[in-house]
Ligand binder design. Sequence first.
Ligand SMILES: *[C@@H]1O[C@H](CO)[C@@H](O)[C@H](O)[C@H]1NC(C)=O
Ligand SMILES: *[C@@H]1O[C@H](CO)[C@@H](O)[C@H](O)[C@H]1NC(C)=O
Ligand SMILES: *[C@@H]1O[C@H](CO)[C@@H](O)[C@H](O)[C@H]1NC(C)=O
Ligand SMILES: *[C@@H]1O[C@H](CO)[C@@H](O)[C@H](O)[C@H]1NC(C)=O
Ligand SMILES: *[C@@H]1O[C@H](CO)[C@@H](O)[C@H](O)[C@H]1NC(C)=O
Ligand SMILES: *[C@@H]1O[C@H](CO)[C@@H](O)[C@H](O)[C@H]1NC(C)=O
Ligand SMILES: *[C@@H]1O[C@H](CO)[C@@H](O)[C@H](O)[C@H]1NC(C)=O
Ligand SMILES: *[C@@H]1O[C@H](CO)[C@@H](O)[C@H](O)[C@H]1NC(C)=O
Length: 282
Amino acid sequence: MLLSSRVLDICGGVVLWLLLRSSLTLGVESDINCLKSIKHSLEDTYGYLNSSWNFNNNTEGYICRFTGVECWHPDENKVLNIRLSDMGLKGPFPQGIANCTSITGLDLSNNKLFGPIPINISHIAGFVTTLDLSSNNFSGPIPANLSNCSYLNVLKLDHNRFTGQIPPELALLSRLKQFSVSSNLLTGPVPNFNASVTKAESYANNLGLCGGPLDACVSSQKNSRTVIIVASAVGGATVAALAVGVGLAFFFRRVSVRKKEEDPEGNKWARSLKGTKGIKAS
Ligand SMILES: *[C@@H]1O[C@H](CO)[C@@H](O)[C@H](O)[C@H]1NC(C)=O
Ligand SMILES: *[C@@H]1O[C@H](CO)[C@@H](O)[C@H](O)[C@H]1NC(C)=O
Ligand SMILES: *[C@@H]1O[C@H](CO)[C@@H](O)[C@H](O)[C@H]1NC(C)=O
Ligand SMILES: *[C@@H]1O[C@H](CO)[C@@H](O)[C@H](O)[C@H]1NC(C)=O
Ligand SMILES: *[C@@H]1O[C@H](CO)[C@@H](O)[C@H](O)[C@H]1NC(C)=O
Ligand SMILES: *[C@@H]1O[C@H](CO)[C@@H](O)[C@H](O)[C@H]1NC(C)=O
Ligand SMILES: *[C@@H]1O[C@H](CO)[C@@H](O)[C@H](O)[C@H]1NC(C)=O
Ligand SMILES: *[C@@H]1O[C@H](CO)[C@@H](O)[C@H](O)[C@H]1NC(C)=O
């Protein structure tokens, strides 16, 4: 009795272990593909990845010893964070990160990365709590899709060449504690974040941001209304002045015309009067 239950326990344990093992292996495959793809897509100016990211060693957890890679467990090839700050990396945003399915932090700051943030970023790194892309050469709009990376605590996009408006949807990131887009080429109103999330420095050195901790936005409608009011006032005055001018001119012209017309007639009349007078007098 005791022995057979013991055997069952062991069998169950082995089955569970095998199941875990196979799911782990799937995770391993995916995360290794992720790092291979990142290495492949980036130009490694100083050879940091080249010297450290060696995929020929197949011991369990070997990727966890790669420069900038942190795993959930040191002996399990499952990536928790990737930190590749200041490594002279050049290239577009590495989309292969989508295969690091359990990643919670991505720091690519201080490199020479360029091009847009992928529009489907929430499918590529949807569970990150930290995304630091600061001090690169990223460009294009900041995608509204970042608002679907709903675990974000830290979002740093400063010192790039992002253009357009900051998507108002980012205010939906309810866990956000740190947000910076300073030194970009952004314009328009800033998202309606909770007051503690952003300070004026978060937005400094852009083309024309307003609202939040910055100067209030002058709505373009109000602006154009002012313009219309001023224009119509000026226009009105001009029209009035013109009207008065035309009126006066017409009046004087009428008067002078009438005078000119009256004079000969008056002369005639006077002459005739004179004549009649003369006739009468004579
Ligand atoms: C990569 O590293 C190997 C030695 O590990 C070296 O022979 C090779 O030149 C390096 N390649 C680059 C592009 O740095
Ligand atoms: C593989 O990695 C392990 C752990 O880092 C190390 O001890 C071993 O020397 C490596 N083997 C090779 C062939 O690089
Ligand atoms: C993820 O890895 C698979 C191979 O396992 C590959 O076909 C796919 O393109 C990779 N996804 C991305 C976004 O790189
Ligand atoms: C994201 O979109 C690009 C095309 O813009 C596509 O190649 C890639 O497979 C997409 N990635 C995911 C994870 O959906
Ligand atoms: C950044 O990108 C722009 C083009 O978008 C390019 O002119 C400039 O040289 C790049 N700067 C760096 C430091 O790579
Ligand atoms: C972000 O992209 C995903 C996948 O493409 C999509 O399902 C989601 O609706 C997008 N969200 C926004 C706010 O664009
Ligand atoms: C993505 O974000 C939008 C708001 O920006 C929200 O309406 C939508 O439900 C989100 N989608 C997912 C899959 O979280
Ligand atoms: C803003 O702060 C209030 C209270 O501090 C909190 O209840 C609310 O969820 C926050 N909203 C967002 C979008 O962070």
